[in-house]
Design a protein around this ligand. Structure first.
Ligand SMILES: *Cc1c(COP(=O)(O)O)cnc(C)c1O
Length: 308
């Protein structure tokens, strides 16, 4: 509905509408996501819901739009009821750099759900949480200070959006909820350093509970969603469905301990683990969310050569 959209939103749509997409590239990307989705389904023996984040860092905005736009549905018989409104093909995208995400989020549709998965600096947190209304999750949170800054930013966004625009909830139908543009609490995944490597970011497993308690008790604009690990690269390469990855074992243990400490049911906390090299093994070990980049978009350019 046009009257519930603000001017910025219309501009964003114009940018997306004028963006050039190479049809061959688009076809390739859709095929790649389809192939990954099939592999996820095959690895998912317990029929959980598993979210695929397409990690688009250092890749152009046109690649993201090519994957987000609805794809033609298989032909339905003429007698069948009219098909529902076209749904985005891929909704969840992951980015690692604040500046790059700010630029892309301004160019691309609000119906994208952005995940910030990269190394996070405290001094960028407020901007990140406030300026990107469709930032859906920050997966790399590892300090109280960063939580407090994210809280400030999302709190400011929520109070400005509730006072400046009337809520559209009374006029929207349930079919539009999948593309909702109203900002909500910001989901947080606490990043755990499961490998004990000095160079890896993330909190030590023993520090996870106090950080989670801080989010629950002091950050009303944030929602504690679960835990994320990257894991040691050497272990990732050795991960097969038969060969358990110790980082993933450690992340499960953190969830069990924190859930116990909070008195929560474990199922309220998701595990984000698994990348291109090891997502099938991660799923076998209970992952709820996999973050796949190079297997969808191909090798990434050096950061200095990347173009939005
Ligand atoms: C880049 C990145 C990914 C994706 O890596 P691929 O190996 O290309 O799939 C996943 N998670 C995080 C945190 C990343 O930085």
């Amino acid at each position: 509905m046009a009257d519930t959209q603000n001017a910025t939103n219309n501009n964003e749509n114009e940018s997306a509408e004028t963006m050039q997409i190479n049809p061959q590239r688009a076809k390739q990307l859709v095929e790649n996501v389809t192939a990954i989705t099939k592999r996820i389904e095959a690895a998912n023996k317990s029929n959980r819901n598993i979210r695929l984040i397409a990690v688009s860092k250092l890749k152009p905005a046109s690649d993201i739009l090519a994957l987000h736009q609805p794809q033609p549905q298989p032909q339905t018989p003429a007698a069948s009821p009219p098909s529902s409104p076209a749904q985005p093909f891929q909704t969840h995208f992951g980015e690692n750099y604040v500046q790059e995400l700010l630029e892309k989020s301004r160019l691309l549709p609000r119906s994208i759900r952005w995940h910030f998965i990269g190394g996070l600096q405290s001094n960028k947190c407020k901007q990140l949480a406030e300026q990107i209304p469709n930032l859906w999750c920050v997966s790399s949170v590892d300090s109280i200070k960063k939580c407090n800054e994210l809280e400030k930013g999302r709190k400011a966004l929520l109070s400005s959006s509730s006072s400046s625009s009337p809520s559209p909830t009374t006029t929207t139908t349930s079919s539009s909820s999948s593309t909702a543009t109203e900002p909500d609490k910001l989901r947080i995944m606490v990043q755990i350093n499961t490998s004990g490597e000095e160079s890896k970011s993330g909190v030590e497993p023993a520090d996870a509970l106090p950080l989670c308690q801080h989010i629950i008790n002091n950050c009303p604009s944030l929602h504690l969603a679960g835990f994320m690990t990257i894991g040691a690269i050497a272990r990732s390469h050795a991960t097969t469905p038969e060969n358990e990855n110790e980082d993933f074992v450690a992340l499960r243990r953190v969830r069990a301990d924190v859930a116990k400490g909070l008195g929560w049911d474990e199922t309220k906390l998701e595990l984000s683990m698994g990348m291109s090299a090891d997502f099938e093994g991660a799923i076998a070990q209970g992952s709820d969310e996999v973050r796949v980049g190079s297997q969808i978009f191909g090798e990434r350019p050096p950061k200095k050569d990347a173009v939005v």
